[in-house]
Design a protein around this ligand. Sequence first.
Ligand code: PRP
Length: 222
Amino acid sequence: MKPLRIALTKGRLEKDTVSLLETMGYDCSEVRNKGRRLILPVGDGELEVVLAKAADVITYVEQGVCDLGVVGKDTILESGGSFFEVLDLGFGKCRFAVAGPKGSDFFEGYSAKTVASKYPKVARTFFESRGMDVRIIKIEGSVELAPLLGLAGAIVDIVETGSTLKENGLEVLETICPISARLIVNAAVMKLRKEEIEGLISQMESAMELEKEGQRCYSRSS
Ligand code: PRP
């Protein structure tokens, strides 16, 4: 049987995903010592890991060149796409929020409002749900700069610890929704390799339980 190919989001989610695979019993030494390689065998050839940027994880899974993917709910909400979202992996926890200068009255009044975001679709959906007419400007990174430079009155962005906002004189004005890493599966693979996928999902769920148990023991003894 050919290995299941799983696309992992590089960066923030990578460490926790590799730990989870190891808790599932897979040898991830090739991933840990990857150098510049981007396709790596895991375990005894049951899995193959592909390291990609978040939005590309969705593209690869949607197009069927990867069977599964691990990606943040933020990217899923922004990119959309047709695939199955089968498991909340419980790590990579953060939230989408509207943020602005401390004490800002962004939501008040009827004046024209501008928001900067790396996530224009999420921002548009949120303000539309509020019946607010807001101009949205797409920014690629460090979106906190936009209100500081006077480009926008507020931003829609990911908040994890809140320190980026704090260190730049900004604060959360409103939380939009929680975010965490999700396991996604290609639609055809979900049918064609159903048993293998279901096996992998339940293995993952057990590993998540084990990790939670480990964390509980650790916090009791520390
Ligand atoms: C994200 C987000 C914020 C920061 C929030 O950026 O866009 O800038 O993390 O984290 P905090 O609440 O813990 O401070 P990221 O580091 O992913 O890089 P980016 O600037 O390229 O978006």
